[in-house]
Design a protein around this ligand. Structure first.
Ligand SMILES: Cc1cc2nc3c(=O)[nH]c(=O)nc-3n(C[C@H](O)[C@H](O)[C@H](O)COP(=O)(O)O)c2cc1C
Length: 304
């Protein structure tokens, strides 16, 4: 058996698979399928300073090889998360990542400060949510804005800080560099790609928010490209995600430059995907006489 453990920003994961924010809630529902320690970590549903009900339905629609969603950050708020969910999550023997989103930079700072006093393992800054009217993505689409919010949150965040990047930008490497320069310990990417579908019979968009975020297998090639570009631009570790559905995808994303992986949309159609991906990774490492999953990171041999 190869060693599947990885380290990101000093935090040890017993395997590289992390449930992606917003696709795993706060974990309780998936606990019925397997012990949550099957996962290296859980990135919790994005939390905000105060409770949010999210967008009106319909909020999710299937698309070829993916889904379009505009859930709109439905969550109980940071205090309720700390009080009601974190103690239970803490007992699951897996790394717990708090994913935070705000309307203002101050919101982010306040949440980072509150979470620093808890036993959450890491904080993931969601500056890339395309589905809320204010907050989220506008902090993540220019290097200057990313540098500003990251450096401000850094002052309040005593936990390892992951900055989650939006793919809805023209130069992802420049954004990643800005996060690194401002003190991010790691970057995670990609969040969803903004998309839209229309019901031709009603002439209405298929989701109530008109536009939504595209995720799932359909976005995988975009995610691989962006992880590879970011890996060539920064020294901090990368958590790669976006459409990973099979163990082969996981290997590919690691080769592109990721140290750890998040998996999201695939869980809706196959909750057991993490079990299968871990088994496949193990087999691949053994067959290739590799001792550790870290031996795969960044090993793509690009054409020159
Ligand atoms: C229904 C849904 C809700 C999501 N909510 C969040 C969220 O609250 N915070 C966040 O950072 N990303 C959120 N995401 C984005 C995912 O974490 C991930 O970046 C994206 O879906 C790409 O990975 P995937 O194709 O494996 O799902 C959400 C995605 C989906 C599908």
């Amino acid at each position: 058996m190869a060693d599947l453990s990885v380290k990101v920003a000093g935090v040890s994961f017993h395997n590289p698979l992390i449930a992606a924010s917003g696709t795993f809630g706060f974990g309780r529902e998936y606990g019925a399928f397997y012990p949550l320690s099957t996962l290296g970590g859980i990135s919790c549903k994005g939390i905000t300073l105060t409770r949010r009900d999210g967008n009106p339905p319909p909020r999710i629609a299937e698309t070829p090889s993916g889904i379009l969603n505009a859930v709109g950050l439905q969550n109980p708020g940071v205090d309720a998360f700390i009080r009601d969910d974190l103690p239970w999550l803490r007992q699951q023997n897996t790394v717990i990542i708090a994913n935070i989103a705000g309307n203002t930079v101050e919101d982010y700072c306040q949440m980072a400060e509150k979470l620093s006093e808890t036993d959450v393992d890491m904080v993931e800054l969601n500056i890339s949510c395309p589905n809320v009217k204010c907050g989220g993505v506008q902090f993540g689409t220019s290097p200057e804005a990313v540098e500003d919010i990251t450096s401000q949150v850094r002052k309040y965040c005593q936990k390892p800080l992951i900055v989650k990047l939006s793919p809805n930008v023209s130069d992802i490497a420049a954004i990643a560099k800005a996060a690194e320069a401002a003190g991010a310990d790691a970057v995670s990417l990609i969040n969803t790609l903004t998309g839209m579908r229309i019901d031709i019979h009603t002439r209405r968009p298929v989701i109530r928010n008109n536009t939504g975020g595209l995720s799932g297998a359909a976005v995988f090639p975009v995610a691989v490209r962006m992880v590879w570009q970011v890996a060539n631009a920064v020294r901090i570790p990368i958590i790669g995600m976006g459409g990973i559905s099979t163990w082969e995808d996981a290997v590919e994303m690691l080769m592109a430059g990721a140290t750890a992986l998040q998996i999201g949309t695939v869980l809706f159609s196959d909750p057991y995907a993490p079990v299968k991906i871990n088994e496949g990774l193990n087999r691949f490492l053994d067959e290739n006489h590799l001792e550790s999953v870290t031996d795969l990171t960044g090993t793509v041999k690009p054409y020159i």
